[in-house]
Design a protein around this ligand. Structure first.
Ligand code: AMP
Ligand code: GLY
Length: 417
């Protein structure tokens, strides 16, 4: 059995940690959150040198990095240079997420299906381009913006105000000093991950995020309000996704001198012309991980070893023949301003068992209480033999969770793809 340190603090990291733990590995999370305390060993936040020290002092076998931020800051490079086994791409390879212009340029040059685009560093040029465009147009901040740096503008007026917010008022800071303007793609969305050793890869089951705040995909975009897996109707595109998206992207990354090792996330739009890339992420998705990893039968530690040893094509990855649904319980006001430190109660005590699980995100301890500390508070997850049953259990479970002003979508997993 191994010892694993997961870096990150959200529901995704809780799900990653549980995938190691249920296979018998000793699992640490830094910084994690108090909601994980029964499952893992919590370690305070550490900078890169302190992480190296901790890993060495505790004879940890593997570091698994959850979020994009430390990857884009070079945590994988740093740990690797210090002789530590780490799952996550290098800083250069993480540009596939940390710079939309890099990702779009790569896709365009290597013929990977995606929306046509232009990138701009100057407001006047972007503005002139938008004046002459047909609508809708999609406007994105170039850098990391916690899933919120995308505006779908229905007309020039909306486009101009998005542009000014990003480039002039810098609502996303430096991330918006360059913008990418894309053609609007019509279709339906699905997400899929690839485990890759840089050369070969294995793609996972498909899942589906629900990004808008309100039922029926209304309201502002969020970091994700729920997800389900598998998305059976995406299955028929697997071969095309592997052949036209993952394989050429990994080849392109090698040719660009930044081979991609770790977990590659493809956000897809299934259009009339087939699947196209909406975005790449350099890590597992959140909340998709909370429905994909509970269905993973194969030991994530064995998959990680195969990634590190360049043997991903030798491993057979198996999935439970079941469905998972996760519903995000969010603070009132999210994704805008919201109150923190609200006490969380569970009507029937904490839910336990193989078929339901709460993955915790924005929570902390205050005295004897568990209180809210973020916008997305927890992901209430259920596993069952049918999608309908998994949804029913997840919604039954979330009714047992109480905190003032809690909000959640009532239609996760009911689109029926
Ligand atoms: P992103 O953060 O790039 O995943 O974008 C957030 C959401 O905006 C996506 O999940 C899509 O729903 C939507 N979106 C982004 N780019 C496009 C596009 N080119 N065409 C249509 N919808 C898009
Ligand atoms: N679920 C979308 C993301 O992780 O960025």
């Amino acid at each position: 059995m191994g010892k694993v340190l997961v870096i990150g603090s959200g529901g995704r990291e809780h799900a990653i940690a549980c995938a190691f733990k249920r296979n018998g590995h000793k699992t640490y999370v830094s910084p994690g959150n108090f909601g994980m305390v029964e499952d893992v060993i919590l370690v305070p936040a550490m900078d890169f040198p302190a992480t190296v020290e901790y890993v060495k002092a505790n004879a940890i076998d593997l570091v698994f990095v959850g979020p994009e931020q430390p990857l884009s800051e070079g945590i994988a490079d740093y740990l690797q240079e210090n002789g530590i086994a780490v799952i996550g791409p290098s800083r250069a390879a993480a540009r596939i997420e940390s710079s939309k212009a890099f990702a779009k340029n790569l896709m365009q040059r290597y013929g990977i299906p995606t929306a046509a685009y232009r990138s701009f560093d100057r407001l006047e040029e972007a503005d002139a381009y938008l004046k002459d465009s047909a609508y809708p147009q999609v406007i994105k901040a170039d850098g990391l913006a916690a899933g919120k740096g995308v505006v779908i503008a229905q007309d020039y007026k909306e486009a101009k105000s998005a542009l000014e917010a990003m480039m002039q008022d810098q609502v996303f800071g430096e991330s918006g000093s360059r913008v990418v303007i894309e053609e609007f793609m019509r279709g339906w969305e699905a997400s899929v991950f690839a485990f890759t050793d840089g050369e070969n890869f294995v793609s996972t089951i498909f899942s589906q995020d629900h990004k808008p705040l309100l039922d029926g995909d209304k309201g502002p975009n969020t970091g994700g309000m729920g997800a389900y897996a598998p998305v059976k109707s995406a299955e028929k595109y697997r071969d095309e996704v592997n052949r036209k998206i993952f394989a050429p992207t990994l080849k392109a990354m090698r040719e660009e001198g930044c081979p991609y090792k770790g977990v590659l996330y493809a956000g897809l739009m299934i259009t009339d012309e087939g699947p196209k890339v909406v975005e790449f992420n350099c890590r597992f998705g959140d909340p998709e991980t909370e429905v994909v990893l509970p269905l993973l039968k194969t030991d994530l530690f064995a998959i990680s070893r195969a990634i590190l040893d360049g043997k991903i094509s030798k491993i057979d990855i198996e999935w439970e023949p079941a469905y998972a649904v996760t519903v995000v319980a969010a603070s009132g006001g999210y994704p805008g301003k919201y109150e923190k430190n609200i006490t969380i109660e569970f009507n029937d005590g904490l839910l336990r068992g193989d078929h339901h699980k709460i993955f915790f995100a924005g929570v902390k301890r205050q005295g004897q209480d568990l209180v809210t500390s973020g916008g997305r508070v927890m992901m209430v997850t259920a596993i069952a033999e049918s999608l309908d049953l998994a949804r029913e259990i997840a919604y039954r479970d979330i009714e047992k969770v109480r905190f003032a002003n809690m909000q959640y979508r009532k239609d996760i997993g009911s689109k029926g793809y």
